[in-house]
Design a protein around this ligand. Structure first.
Ligand code: PMP
Length: 323
């Protein structure tokens, strides 16, 4: 056991756990990187810390300054906790469709929260564009720009990928996860490929997102109907550009939900839907690679963030998720 010098040191160095059900179902060893163990409860704390420290190093963020971002919520929570620890204000623009728990957490952290109706990326009213304009109009503000700012994926090259490689003793056959910004997939993919070119990197795309078609056929096409928060991307973001993707799977919300349910019932682990989609993807990858292989994926955030949505039977019924 060790002590840490400050709260920001709680970000990263997360445990890697063998998932019994998925491993037994495939004859492989499937491991989950416990990103819910970050202080803000999600994988996005890593990107938030790297984005803020990059802005400081480049002289864009000065003492008492302000961080503005458009986010499905988790990046906002990460930015707010990093901002509080370093003395910056945070202004977060978030679509109304995201869980109440994430909004309440942001308010509890003291972030200034602006919720906006969901709009397509092509509309000037999309939350990302609103946040960019707000940053431009605010004195002393920086726009975190998590989708195209590659400080995001650097957090996963130097952090997440290095940790997975060390935790698996350099014996890893495959890695998979879904994409929101692409920081995790691209960063972990690049980091692991730099260690061993033969590690298979797979995209696990929620049903209806456009990236599956892009990596399969070179065409960005999808109607975007998944209810998973934080994932599902319709363009090649700056962070995804150059991501070493070898293969791709398309995962339905139902399949992701069934893995969330099994991990909760059989292993006592309460996760969000993107983690379930990642675990489902790891099962597909295990079956594609054959038994005996060692595969890692990301357990992105805690299910306690979705008690009013995914873990609420009425919400699930309304979204068509079956028991
Ligand atoms: N799962 C959840 C719950 C998230 O909030 C995010 C980030 N939007 C992701 C997965 C995807 O991570 P990334 O942005 O690195 O692609």
């Amino acid at each position: 056991m060790r002590t840490l010098p400050d709260t920001l040191s709680l970000i990263g160095d997360t445990p890697l756990v063998r998932l019994k059900g998925p491993s037994e179902a495939t004859g492989c060893d499937i491991f989950g990187k416990c990103e819910f163990a970050n202080p803000g409860g999600s994988v996005k704390d890593r990107a938030a810390l790297f984005i803020v420290e990059d802005a400081e190093e480049r002289g864009l963020l000065k003492p008492g300054g302000c961080i503005v971002e458009g986010t499905a919520g988790n990046t906002g929570i990460g930015l707010a906790l990093v901002g509080n620890a370093k003395g910056y204000r945070t202004v977060i623009v978030m679509p109304e469709t995201q869980s109440r728990e994430k909004m309440d957490t942001l308010r509890a952290l003291g972030a200034e929260l602006v919720t906006v109706p969901a709009a397509p990326y092509s509309s000037p009213c999309h939350f990302v564009h609103i946040s960019r304009r707000m940053a431009e109009e605010t004195e002393g503000a920086v726009w975190a720009n998590q989708f195209d700012n590659v400080a995001n994926r650097r957090a996963h090259v130097v952090g997440t990928a290095e940790e997975i490689w060390t935790q698996m003793d350099g014996r890893i056959d495959g890695f998979t996860c879904a994409v929101g910004t692409g920081g995790t997939l691209a960063g972990v993919g690049m980091g692991l490929k730099a260690k061993d070119e033969s590690v298979v990197i797979a995209l696990s795309d929620p049903h209806g997102a456009a990236l599956y078609e892009y990596y399969a056929n070179g065409e960005l096409r999808g109607e975007g109907n998944s209810v998973a928060e934080g994932i599902g991307q319709g363009r090649i973001t700056g962070n995804l550009d150059g991501a070493p993707v070898d293969t791709q799977f398309r995962i339905s919300d139902q399949e992701g939900w069934e893995w969330v349910r099994r991990l909760l019932d059989e292993e006592g682990l309460c996760l969000g839907l993107s983690s379930g989609i990642n675990v489902a993807g790891a099962v597909h990858l295990a079956r594609a690679l054959g038994s005996g292989k060692r595969i890692a994926t990301i357990l992105c955030d805690t299910g306690f963030r979705y008690l009013s949505t995914l873990h609420n039977p009425e919400w699930r019924a309304a979204k068509g998720l079956r028991p």
